[in-house]
Design a binder for this molecule. Structure first.
Ligand SMILES: Nc1ncnc2c1ncn2[C@@H]1O[C@H](COP(=O)(O)OP(=O)(O)OP(=O)(O)O)[C@@H](O)[C@H]1O
Ligand SMILES: [Mg+2]
Length: 370
């Protein structure tokens, strides 16, 4: 029992650390995409960095870039420090440091986190320095992949203890001598851990770079299979559903995990339906697009719903970002879409205009022809 408790404490400690790191990365991502000038970004990042460390109140941060330095509010120099270089196209443009009192030892994960932050700062400086302001769109992919790496660490740490909670509660539920109230409590534990497992699975899909089992897939078949579930719901909600599918003979097969592509379509369609509470038109189309440089197959989901502001659009692929009520959304639908399309080496384009509607276009690189 003691051993079990000790292990539990270790798990909890690790989970706490990974969560802090994730929050720190979120905060850095938020600051970077807030479109301020670079000096303000560096000052705010220096203030935010300590929150990701084991002892946030005892740690402080300093960033040097192009002979300028930026400190966190509580900065106190120490010889006990972690450092990571800010490299722009192999040129060292500066570095970022975290200082702590001598007694404190740093974790390996903290060095990884600092390296992640310095890489993010490098991309801030490199791509957009000349323009003085950030182009949030360019950074989006970098930011998401960093958050993906951190999410993978967090979910990995959470899966095992959660499997224990679920397994033991299900084992206890088999006991015929339970009182009704204990039985009811155990059922609640089981339900809550199944919910948490679902969230973890979605986060894993967001972070995963491997799509799993791949086959030759017809996008039109995926559309038919997925939409079968939505026909009556659309009719009930006064939504006209239009399919504009490319002719089978003109639509090359893609190499994909068909279950995951179906999941992508379902998530996009659910969002589109939720964006049209007073009805509207939902158009799903497939196309074979060939440009001089590449051939790809596209899947387009277009709605005439509420549309999104630029602020919302900038954040839609972030895990847990939602504008919906807690009962309606967890903010993981598009994070899952992003993870799946990324692992298929595809691209996602989004156009949206408030009051007019939204178009999601997914491009699959072509690997085989009929
Ligand atoms: N078609 C759309 N029209 C308008 N807003 C959209 C559309 N698709 C996504 N959004 C916006 O993007 C946010 C994130 O979408 P996402 O699917 O990731 O999460 P969610 O729908 O809120 O929750 P979940 O999918 O986990 O149930 C939504 O809350 C909504 O604000
Ligand atoms: Mg959704």
């Amino acid at each position: 029992m003691k051993k079990f408790k000790d292990r539990e404490q270790i798990y909890l400690g690790k989970i706490r650390e990974r969560t802090k790191e994730l929050q720190c990365m979120y905060e850095v991502a938020r600051i970077i995409t807030s479109s301020q000038r670079l000096p303000e970004i560096f000052s705010e990042v220096a203030n935010a960095v300590p929150m990701g460390w084991q002892y946030p109140k005892k740690c402080c941060c300093r960033i040097f870039v192009d002979q300028q330095s930026y400190h966190s509010a509580n900065f106190k120099e120490s010889s006990n420090r972690l450092q990571s270089n800010i490299l722009v196209k192999t040129e060292r443009r500066g570095w970022i440091e975290v200082h702590a009192p001598a007694k404190i030892s740093f974790l390996k994960e903290e060095q990884d986190l600092l390296d992640g932050i310095s890489r993010t700062l490098s991309s801030v400086i490199s791509s957009d320095y000349e323009k003085k302001y950030l182009n949030a769109q360019l950074l989006h992919a970098d930011r998401l992949s960093t958050i993906g790496q951190l999410a993978a660490g967090v979910t990995h740490e959470l899966s095992e203890p959660l499997a224990n909670i679920l397994g033991f509660s299900q084992l206890l539920l088999k006991n015929p001598e339970l009182t009704p109230s204990i039985h009811a409590d155990l059922k609640k534990i089981e339900k809550a851990s199944l919910y948490a497992r679902d969230i973890i699975r979605k986060l894993m899909t967001f972070a995963r770079s491997n799509p799993g089992q791949m086959n030759a897939v017809s996008l039109n078949d995926v559309v038919h299979e997925a939409l079968f579930l939505f026909e009556s719901r659309c009719a009930k909600e006064n939504i006209t559903l239009c399919l504009q599918l490319a002719h089978e003979s003109e639509l090359p097969l893609i190499v994909a995990n068909s279950g995951q592509i179906k999941q992508v379509l379902i998530n996009l369609v659910v969002n589109a339906i939720q964006a049209m509470p007073n009805g509207g038109t939902l158009i799903i189309s497939t196309n074979n697009a060939t440009t001089t440089s590449a051939t790809f197959v596209s899947l387009v989901v277009k709605d005439s719903g509420t549309g999104m502001s630029k602020e919302v659009l900038d954040k839609i692929f972030l895990p847990f970002f939602t504008t919906k009520d807690v009962t309606e959304g967890t903010g993981l639908g598009l994070a899952v879409v992003y993870g799946i399309i990324n692992s298929h080496k595809g691209k996602i384009k989004v156009e949206s205009s408030v009051g007019v509607g939204t178009i999601f276009e997914i491009l699959f690189p072509l690997q085989s022809k009929r």
